[in-house]
Design a protein around this ligand. Structure first.
Ligand code: IPE
Ligand code: IPE
Ligand code: MG
Length: 250
């Protein structure tokens, strides 16, 4: 299936809501945590799949602001798993030229997680391949609020006039600054919602939902399937189909 992908028309930025770990485990009579543990292989698949194809940015929704409200033992297990996987995957990230970064309220994470992440970000910062961005303690509303605060502070300091605030400045104040907007957003698990993931950045993203696939079962083929669907869509950005066709014929 990979051969059918047009590498000249890849999404630059793919974002993924990795959902369904708990149900995947419960369906086989196991505890939810078992699903989280088996999610690591799927993370490898999507990361390597994107790196091999030449996708530039991959943002993975790993832990939302709202996920803090889960049972304490599940939150603790997820944080522990995060530390372990970052440590274990670091050599592979280095080998695959992957550059790691995070978005979200990183200060809300336990100190051990913050330190492990900081180390991996530092060690991979000169890599030039795929940019892998983990959304941790992240929510789209949080992001918009923190961007607004930054802009308000600049106005208060007198270095910015309210009239100068525009979409560009707003985008540059969000945690995704310097990164392109999302072209393609994937969600496993069967639900059709955004769950407070990237809100601003998804404005014109193509959305792709897997109806019968829980995240631990995600493999490269599923990535290829979504990219092929993406390549068959017409992105009009408000224009007419005729305008788009005339432009692409040039
Ligand atoms: C996604 O799987 C992982 C996180 C949100 C951390 P879930 O844990 O939400 O699994 P389901 O949706 O309950 O099956
Ligand atoms: C979204 O999944 C968050 C992550 C994948 C990290 P949830 O399982 O938390 O979403 P809802 O609560 O079903 O919308
Ligand atoms: Mg879920």
């Amino acid at each position: 299936m990979k051969e059918l992908i047009d590498t000249g028309n890849l999404p630059k930025h793919i974002a993924v809501i990795m959902d369904g770990n708990g149900r995947w485990a419960q369906n086989q009579g196991a505890a939810r945590i078992f699903g989280h543990r088996n999610a690591i292989q799927a993370v490898r698949e999507v990361t390597e799949g994107c790196a091999e194809l030449g996708v530039s940015f991959l943002t993975l929704y790993a832990f939302s602001t709202e996920n803090w409200a889960r049972p304490e033992f599940e939150v603790r297990a997820l944080m522990e798993l995060l530390v372990q996987s970052i440590r274990n995957e670091l050599p592979t990230m280095l080998k695959n030229n992957v550059r790691l970064d995070t978005i979200g309220d990183i200060n809300s994470l336990p100190g051990r997680c913050q330190r492990q992440l900081a180390e991996a970000i530092e060690e991979t910062k000169h890599n030039t391949g795929l940019n892998l961005i983990l959304a941790l303690g992240y929510s789209g509303k949080w992001d918009i609020v923190q961007a607004t605060k930054k802009l308000a502070e600049e106005v208060q300091k007198g270095v910015l006039a309210p009239g100068e605030i525009n979409e560009e400045l707003m985008a540059a104040s969000l945690s995704t600054k310097d990164r392109p907007e999302v072209d393609l957003m994937l969600r496993t698990g069967g639900d059709h919602r955004i769950s407070n993931f990237l809100l601003w950045q998804l404005a014109y993203a193509e959305l792709y939902f897997y109806e019968d696939l829980f995240w631990p079962d995600f493999r490269r083929e599923h990535l290829y399937e979504a990219i092929m669907a993406y390549q068959n869509r017409e992105r009009r950005f408000g224009k007419t189909g005729e305008q788009i066709k005339a432009n692409s014929a040039k």
